[in-house]
Every structure is written in structure tokens, then in C-alpha cells.
Design a protein. Sequence first.
Length: 338
Amino acid sequence: MSQFAVLLLMQLLAFWPVWPWYVTRMLDGSDEPLGFLALGTVLALCWLQPPQPSSPDQPRLLLWPLLSTLGYVLGYAYLPPLLRAALAMLALGCTLSRYWCGRAYHVGLGGLLLLALPLVASLQFYVGYPLRLVTAALTALLLRLSGFAVYQEGPGLHWGGLTVGVDAPCSGIYMCWTGVYLALTLACVYRLSTWQTWHALAVALVVLVLGNTLRTAALFYPEAGIVVLPPWVHDGVGVVTFLAIALVLGSAIRHHVGALVGRHACGALVTEHGTWESRAGGQSTARTQSEHERKAHNQAWRGSDHRDPRTRERNHPDGAWATHLTRGDGAGRVRFDG
């Protein structure tokens, strides 16, 4: 049995109180079972994509799973079940990151494990109302820019004696969960670096907030009676908005991947400073500019026939010859005596 399998099995046994709670919480109807989707995605990624070789610094990579497991053990008696489960997922993320991508922690993989927890109900309770306020404020600003005298009061939008409330579904919790899930999954598929993954998450959050604002502004018109539309338009606007958000996120992540591939491709070229990058085995070898110049001078000297006899007689009366070879860049002369 490999070292990875032993460590993973020990962690699963150490976290055994988490698993009954996790299954019960996901199936009792108090939360949406979206976590199963994230957990299945992690298992599919680890199964379908081959693992990368680990770093030579093996003790450091093993230190993080052990420290995160120790944190779970020390905080077990004082933390609520959700935070205990988060520490367990963090420890599993360190172990899987060490095996799957050869680094201490992969933000995409660890983030998917955290999304596997039953978070939606807790997010609705703690973050839902602030998000409704932000959405209402941005929507009122956008509607005022379009010519409607709309003002915000709490999570409600007031216009012409009417009040359109921004309810819990319009807070965007589900859209944010799905958008973050998409960004983390693409980060795992393309194996983005830590900085690239955090940048993708930041772009995702900004795009999600703006997209939810546009969706709420679009739904204000039928809800206020300005236009009359069939009921299915409400759901259709949400679907179209999320598709647009997914396209923006995909384009942003592909931009990161394209920049990464471009840097690797440039590694096989001679740079303007005279450096040669070799892709063999992922290693880089460098030849300085002076070495290339010396090679060019030697080749030119071997094929040179324009020796000046007067210079040869003046400098070497005993019969030895000297050749003055002009450098191709015109910077000076190099003498080869023989």
C-alpha cells in the first residue's frame, strides 16, 4: 500500500464523526444537496486526470496534511459540526493536493471540497440579507440611470408608489455557489496556479454580483407592471444571465491558460538576451551571449581567406601568421595568432 493510501485512510478514520453528520445534514431537507455535486467532481477529477510527480521536498508536503489533521483534533471539542467538517475537508484537500498535483495545497481542489459541505442554508442566513441590500442598491442606481426615479429602502425598490422587494432567491446565493463551483472546476481542469485560481475567483465574484444586479433590474420591469410578460420569463432571465456569466468566466480562465501556454512555448526559443530555453524534462539550460559570439567567431575564422600579407610580415617576420577578423557587429577586431 502506498504512502498516499495509508495517509488518506488514516485521515478518513480520524474524521469518522464527520461522515454520519454530513450524510444526515445533506439528506434531511434543511439544505440543498449541492454538495454532492462538488464532492462527485473532486472524485471524478482525481480518477480521470493522472497525478503529477511530487516535489523533491517531500517532508514539507507531508507536513500540511499532518498539521491540518492536528488542528481538527485540537478543535473537535470546541467547534460546531460545520467548522469541524471544514477542517476535515481542509486536511483531505492537503493530502489530495500532494498526491494529485504535487503541491502543498491546490486552491481549486480544496475549494471544491469546501463547497461539498452543506453551506447554502448557512450562507442564506448569514450572507443573504447583506447581499440583498447590495443588490437592491446597485439595481436602484442602474434603474435611475435608465430614467426611472427608483430609490432603495432596505431590500425594497420604491417607484411610483409601488414597492418591489428583493427576496431571498434574488440575493444570488445559488448563483454565487454555482459560479464559484464553475471557476474552481475549471481551475482544476486546467491546473491553474494558486495566484491564477485566486484571480479567477475574484473575477467570478465581481461578475456574479454584476450579473445578479442586471438580472434584478431586468425583472423589475415586469414586477412593477411596466411591461407584461408570461411567468416563465422570470426563470428564463435567470438562466440567460447565468449563461452569460459562465461565458465570461470561461473566457477569463482561458486567458490565463493561454498566457501560461505562451510562456512555455517561448521557453523553446532563443531570447533577445541570448538565452536558450530547453523543454527537455522541464529543465532549462542557458548559454550566454558571449558563448554564441565565440562560436560565431570560430566558424568565421575557419572559413576566412582574406589574410593581409603586409600585416603578416610586419607582426611576424619569422613566418608566423596573424589574422585580423572583423566581428559581425562591428564592435572591434579579434586576433587569432598561430
